[in-house]
Design a protein around this ligand. Structure first.
Ligand SMILES: *[C@@H]1O[C@H](CO)[C@@H](O)[C@H](O)[C@H]1NC(C)=O
Ligand SMILES: *[C@@H]1O[C@H](CO)[C@@H](O)[C@H](O)[C@H]1NC(C)=O
Ligand SMILES: CC(=O)N[C@H]1CO[C@H](CO)[C@@H](O)[C@@H]1O
Length: 503
């Protein structure tokens, strides 16, 4: 009897340990190219010469991405992340937007015909694998598309279309109204309190987290994660998607608005790397999501990148948040599974925001690609998009990103590389310069831009092994000399500089 109980306990323990440990090793050191499906490569059928308006479908397809995979791979990227491809609500939201972006599901189990077919998705994933690239699918589990009437609800897919509405959060107040009326004026997250916006600089007393979790995202139907049917629907679905298509990882939209307890079950059912969208400056709060998800997009850092890498910016502030992130007390379980990026589909492109200053973009991209974590490059960055595409910027940024990937390879930072788990550490951070060491590299980036170029010298202390070393420039125009415990770097331009010590 006791022996049986003991064996049962052991099995239970082994079971929970096994399920808790999702194997994420394949993702460490990957470099992701991020694609908005509708906007990347237009299909055969669309009138591809027509210009396309911001809020409308533009005709990009899954098979278009498959065709371009060799091009992406040739730039040195070894993973892609694509925006959601499940079936979308065909109607407009309250702001007359369409679902071209893919974040408005109507049926989680179908592929939206605008993007292609399930067969197209199989082909894309298989082709990626043939090219030794990992495939990440963007998914939304917090909400469905916009819902304004009971008809909208009944037009959703099976499992989501009950007109009684128990699958959606509804105002829990005593004066609760019938679901049809609630649809006209749902409680929204905007009502959670000013401290919640825009970047959740909140503590428990300043921002109403219940409203964040239960409130709708505008008019998007907020799924009720406390409802067992909804839980089963989502857990079965994520398992189905991974196993049916051979998906290597997921990017989870609006993860901050889903209860952490459900995120833990969802991660377990997914059984592959999930990187969650947790938009906050608060690193303690941000880090806490790595208890339930394997990875998080690194908003506490990346939200500062645009301001830091501008002429009026201050790189010492970025240095401070990086130092904080590296401290074990901040609570990150694995900094190598954080997703770092310069810009994304929810923000202005870097070059647009920086009046086309390619040198500032190069500095920001150098930081993102050589710091530890998983770098993510937004499609079009290689073409200088946002800065007014010229022939020059088109090839220039593409070649630059390729060069960064080559350095990652040589330095052992890429997946399977010897130093893939090496941590970067800040060695200098002032208003103009950020220097960090990682593996055998010393990286010096700046925000001087095209206007603030010209020769400059900076000196700073380096680790003992590097004292007295001679230096070669792996990338950029400049040189360095050791001087006692210090190294003094002379930069000839405001481009990034990557140095390596030679014995
Ligand atoms: C949406 O389009 C309708 C019809 O053209 C128009 O009346 C309405 O003002 C638009 N709403 C917004 C938020 O743009
Ligand atoms: C940051 O988040 C933590 C955990 O939620 C919270 O305890 C703390 O008060 C927050 N800090 C600030 C400054 O909002
Ligand atoms: C240089 C520049 O335009 N910086 C702006 C880029 O966008 C961020 C976020 O909107 C602003 O805070 C910066 O001032």
């Amino acid at each position: 009897m006791r022996a049986t109980l003991f064996v049962a306990l052991l099995c239970a323990l082994a079971g929970s340990l096994a399920s808790a440990a999702v194997d994420t090793s394949a993702w460490v050191g990957r470099n992701i190219y991020f694609i908005v499906v509708d906007r990347f490569v237009r299909g055969q059928t669309s009138s591809s010469s027509e210009p396309c308006d911001g809020h409308d479908w533009c005709g990009g397809t899954i098979s278009g991405i498959t065709e371009k995979l060799p091009y992406i791979s040739a730039m040195g990227f070894d993973a892609i992340w694509i925006t959601p491809i499940v079936k979308q609500t065909p109607w407009l939201d309250n702001w007359n937007g369409t679902a071209y972006h893919g974040y408005w599901a109507s049926d989680f189990y179908e592929v939206d015909p605008n993007f292609g077919t399930p067969e197209d998705l199989h082909t894309l994933v298989d082709t990626a694998h043939e090219l030794e690239m990992l495939f990440m699918l963007d998914i939304v589990a917090n909400h469905v598309g916009p819902l304004h009437t009971l008809d909208d609800v009944m037009n959703l897919g099976p499992g989501l279309n009950d007109p009684m509405g128990a699958q959606f959060h509804q105002d829990p107040h005593p004066d609760a109204v019938p679901f049809a009326d609630y649809l006209l004026d749902p409680l929204t997250m905007m009502e959670a309190g000013p401290e919640c916006w825009p970047y959740y600089t909140f503590g428990p007393d300043t921002c109403d987290f219940t409203t964040i979790l239960d409130g709708w995202f505008g008019d998007l139907g907020d799924l009720n994660h406390e409802n067992p049917d909804v839980q089963t629907y989502l857990l079965d679905w994520i398992d189905y998607m991974r196993s049916t298509y051979g998906i290597d990882g997921f990017r989870l939209d609006t993860a901050l608005y889903i209860p952490p307890s459900f995120l833990a079950s969802f991660q377990e059912a997914a059984d592959v790397y999930i990187v969650g969208e947790i938009v906050t400056y608060n690193q303690t709060l941000h880090a806490s999501y790595q208890e339930v998800l394997t990875g998080v997009l690194n908003f506490p850092i990346t939200e500062h990148i645009k301001t830091a890498f501008s002429s009026e910016g201050d790189l010492s502030f970025l240095g401070d948040v990086l130092v904080t992130q590296n401290q074990p007390a901040t609570g990150y379980k694995d900094v190598h599974l954080l997703g770092n990026f310069v810009d994304n589909h929810d923000s202005d492109r870097f070059l647009f925001n920086h009046t086309g200053d390619v040198l500032q973009l190069k500095n920001a991209a150098t930081f993102v690609n050589l710091w530890h974590g998983i770098p993510v490059t937004y499609y079009g960055t290689e073409g200088g998009w946002g800065g007014g595409v010229t022939e020059k910027s088109l090839s220039e940024m593409g070649e630059f990103l390729k060069a960064l990937n080559d350095i990652r390879e040589l330095a052992g930072f890429r997946a399977g590389g010897e130093l893939v788990r090496s941590e970067a550490s800040v060695v200098l951070a002032n208003a103009r310069y950020l220097a960090f060491s990682r593996g055998a590299l010393l990286v010096l980036v700046n925000n001087r831009g095209e206007e603030g170029g010209g020769e400059d010298e900076v000196c700073f202390d380096v680790v003992e092994e590097w004292q007295g070393a001679s230096w070669v420039a792996v990338m950029g125009d400049g040189s360095a000399v050791s001087d006692g415990s210090q190294v003094c770097v002379t930069t000839e331009s405001s481009g990034p500089l990557v140095l390596s010590p030679v014995a």
